[in-house]
Design a protein around this ligand. Structure first.
Ligand code: SAH
Length: 464
């Protein structure tokens, strides 16, 4: 982010514009929405500018900008549509200490003006740092259509009611009250009884919320999928948006955590491979503690919570504490990894079953039904298998698996930094060591990437 978005307090402050033509007028259309005092310098202003001055909406000075003219200005716009003049006035305004914008000249500007969706006091500012004005316009059009015109009105009235609403305890109770006002009670009252209906509706709504018993906390155990935010379920998205507390694994990508409600308490229960982690008991205690205090907790787990996610221990802890809970499934790493290489987990005439295995368990490297797996045509997605790759390779070969059985390691499946290592059982440990994977990876035993599927057993081209 080269430009940091803020909302600048401009009430009663000076904003100075240099320019008397269309560029200046275009900026003025936006600036006139503010409560700033606007002064325009233009040697030959268009009639529209004179009209604004006559209405008292701007101060018009009919000469070119001179040194000192932008003193005490919060913002300055060079809008002369004339590069030499814009360069000159920008220099002067900077010397006067104003923040300067040279219209349509990103590099020479100290700030830029976003596309604006105006539902004052609700204002949406959209910026693309000059990269994609078309995109900004499309987003603006989308929001214009989506945000009801009455939103600003409801917000203004709501603002006057904030003091009264403080009778509700801070946090979720108060949030629920406002949510119902903005998205249900407010619009309904406005439609039915007009402006006069809103006050009584707010009073009634507050009375109801005040008399309601505090809601019990709850825990949603939510699958965050393999990392790409687009692979979240709609429900996961919604729950993240509502959560008071989010307890997440380290596997959950930052892009997904960004989607959580801004006020939510974010707790990293980081569990990654063999590294330091919060003990499972502590995670359970944390969930129970927050939910018992009335919070809506989202326990966010990588992939699907029911696949190597220690879901049952957490559910048991919640049941023991008599708390409400529910599971939201997610896309598991095996699905994301097979999608990544264009293969399917099961395939008619190849394998009518596929297994999800873990490379290690509480005791160390996990023992499996090696004999069964060693048979031709078997497919397995091996989670947490990197450290134990040599062990897995040894066990399978010992039980008669062919050295040219394809194995594909998919690291960071679904993420922009995904990597695919296509190899064979015989070369698995060596190739993985050479690849030095650092992200989470699934080993797809019995599967080669689709493009290379016919080139068996020469599957190591990617490493060569
Ligand atoms: N519940 C998770 C699995 C947790 S166990 C799920 O359903 O996916 C952690 C293991 O999952 C990692 O060691 C790795 O083997 C695998 N994994 C998780 N995310 C992954 C990703 N984006 N790409 C590849 N493997 C991943």
């Amino acid at each position: 982010m080269d430009h940091f978005p803020i909302f600048l307090a401009v009430e009663g402050r000076r904003i100075v514009v240099s320019g008397g033509g269309e560029a200046a007028l275009a900026k003025l259309r936006l600036l006139l929405k503010t409560t700033a005092r606007i002064t325009v310098f233009a040697a030959a202003p268009e009639a529209a500018l004179r009209a604004l001055a006559a209405e008292g909406r701007i101060t018009l000075v009919t000469r070119a900008l001179a040194p000192g003219d932008a003193l005490c200005a919060a913002l300055f716009y060079a809008a002369n549509d004339d590069a030499a003049e814009d360069a000159r006035v920008t220099r002067l305004a900077r010397a006067d200490g104003a923040l300067t914008n040279w219209v349509d000249n990103l590099e020479a500007s100290q700030f830029i003006t976003p596309a604006i969706v105006d539902r004052d006091p609700v204002t949406v500012a959209i910026g693309t740092e000059g990269a994609a004005p078309v995109l900004a316009r499309a987003i603006k059009a989308d929001l214009e259509a989506r945000l009801p015109a009455s939103l600003g009105l409801l917000a203004r009235i709501g603002k006057g009611f904030r003091r009264a609403a403080e009778a509700l305890p801070m946090g979720r109770k108060r949030r629920e009250f406002w949510f119902e006002y903005y998205f249900k009670t407010g619009p309904q009252a406005l439609e039915k009884d007009g402006l006069d209906g809103i006050g009584p509706a707010l009073d009634a709504l507050l009375a109801r919320h005040l008399s309601e018993a505090p809601r019990k906390g709850r825990v949603d155990l939510v699958g965050a999928g393999p990392g790409d935010p687009e692979l979240l379920t709609l429900r996961a998205r919604k729950l993240l948006d509502e959560a008071d507390v989010v307890i997440h694994d380290r596997l959950v990508s930052p892009a997904i955590l960004e989607l959580a409600r801004r006020e939510a308490v974010m707790i990293d229960a980081g569990k990654k491979g063999f590294g330091p982690a919060m003990a499972q008991d502590d995670i359970c205690a944390l969930m129970v503690e927050h939910a018992a205090a009335g919070a809506h907790v989202v326990r966010l787990k990588g992939g699907d919570p029911g696949v190597f996610g220690r879901l049952d221990e957490e559910v048991e802890a919640l049941e023991a504490a008599d708390l409400d809970w529910a599971v939201t499934p997610g896309i598991t790493a095996a699905s994301a990894a097979t999608a990544q290489i264009g293969q399917s987990l099961t395939k008619r005439d190849r394998n009518s079953a596929a297994r999800l295995l873990t490379g290690h368990d509480m005791q160390g490297f996990a023992e499996q039904d090696w004999r069964g797996l060693a048979r031709p045509g078997q497919v397995a997605a091996i989670y947490m298998g990197l450290k134990g790759a040599r062990f897995i390779q040894g066990r399978l070969m010992m039980h008669g698996a062919r050295a040219d059985t394809p194995v594909t390691a998919v690291e960071n499946a679904s993420r922009s930094d995904a990597r695919t290592i296509a190899t064979t059982l015989g070369r698995l440990a060596a190739d993985l060591e050479a690849a030095a994977l650092t992200g989470p990876a699934v080993l797809l035993y019995g599967l080669a990437p689709r493009a290379a599927a016919h080139a068996l057993p020469r599957l190591t081209e990617e490493l060569a």
